[in-house]
Design a protein around this ligand. Structure first.
Ligand code: RIB
Ligand code: CA
Length: 349
């Protein structure tokens, strides 16, 4: 059992912002014990340049224009990029229209940033990966010692003995770039258990199911005067009138996400996968893991990106992952509402 604790943690985040990535990033900005070292942008939900624009705008909104944003790969390692505007919107942030940041991205490539940071601060940095693993795989190619140089790794990716959300067996992040995911898991084989990546996969991240009442609670915690109603009976695309800009933008993102999940018969809910992974990286979640050997399918056309976990050593291969098998959704939303509501209330708009 991994007990929540708020010890200082320094996080390098790679994301494909996306609505749940946005929530994860805002959550990290709300955590005083988290040093957000840098945010790098991988193509996935939208293309890499749009991911970077979203990251810059969100960091500005949270008063964190000090955090560098970089771009690396423009496409997966071996296959063309497929984005998902239907899930996260054409710009990856649902109906939100974020103020465009006046600052630019880092000149350094994301991979260079990762390698330099890990070499400069051995044993100090935690990697949080909420996107296809393209940039991280490239960083491992550039610095094979990354598993030893990093303090920890948290990955949102895969589905283990659980239905996929992109194909019947594959989860989005591992499906967008199966080769990168396979390289990343292979790179950790044989590491001591405490160095194996903590993997947040669909069987537990889909339990973190945000609902309209959580958005209403967030607005209350931010001190919004009027109730923030995101109602399934509203006309699609209705825009929030919340007085707090951070609440307003998050509400506009989540409304889009609620509508997407409903359109795909999952109910008027939003699986906020990446927020859960961020809470694991920040040390604020209670969860349990099981050690396994993970394989990512990279050749069978119908099974591309499918992740399989050997929990019993049947393959006789060294473990390469610690997969989350239990988490606490109610606690997760109490934490999210209090933390992000508090951040929103304290921002000077
Ligand atoms: O399958 C869910 C994952 O894919 C999340 O990281 C979401 O943002 C998308 O990238
Ligand atoms: Ca993501």
């Amino acid at each position: 059992m991994h007990e929540a604790r708020r010890e200082p943690v320094s996080i390098l985040m790679d994301c494909d912002t996306g609505i749940d990535d946005a929530l994860a990033l805002v959550y990290l900005c709300s955590q005083p014990h988290v040093e957000l070292v840098a945010v790098t942008s991988t193509p996935g939900n939208v293309d890499a340049e749009q991911v970077a624009r979203n990251n810059l705008a969100l960091l500005d909104l949270c008063g964190r224009s000090d955090v560098p944003v970089a771009v690396g790969a423009q496409a997966p390692l071996g296959i063309p990029l497929v984005t998902t505007p239907e899930t996260h919107g054409p710009q990856g942030i649902g109906y939100a229209e974020l103020p465009v940041s006046r600052r630019g991205i880092e000149r350094r490539d994301a991979v260079e940033l990762w390698v330099e940071a890990a070499r400069a601060r051995p044993g100090e940095l935690t990697a949080l990966l909420t996107a296809p693993l393209t940039n991280f795989a490239l960083a491992l190619r550039a610095e094979p010692r990354l598993p030893e140089l990093l303090r920890g790794v948290v990955i949102m990716g895969g589905a283990y003995y659980y239905q996929g959300n992109t194909t019947p067996t594959a989860e989005w992040n591992t499906h967008v770039d199966p080769e990168a995911a396979a390289e990343v898991f292979r790179a950790f084989a044989g590491q001591p258990e405490e160095r194996l990546p903590i993997v947040c996969a669909l069987e537990t991240t889909e339990r973190i199911e945000m609902r309209p009442e959580h958005v209403a609670a967030l607005a209350r915690a931010a001190g919004c005067a009027k109730p923030e109603l995101v109602d399934p009976d509203h006309a699609p695309g209705l825009r929030s009138q919340a007085s707090n800009p951070l609440v307003r933008h998050l509400s506009d993102m989540l409304r889009f996400y609620f509508e997407f999940h409903r359109d795909y018969d999952q109910g008027y809910v939003a699986h906020v996968h990446d927020y859960f992974a961020a809470s694991v990286a920040a040390g604020t979640a209670n969860f349990s893991t099981r050690t396994a050997t993970v394989h990512v399918e990279t050749s069978a056309p119908r099974l591309l990106g499918t992740t399989i976990a050997d929990y019993r050593g049947l393959w006789g291969e060294a473990p390469n992952a610690r997969i989350v098998w239990s988490n606490q959704p109610d606690e997760a939303f109490k934490e999210l509402v209090a933390a992000v509501g508090g951040l929103a209330a304290g921002l000077d708009f």
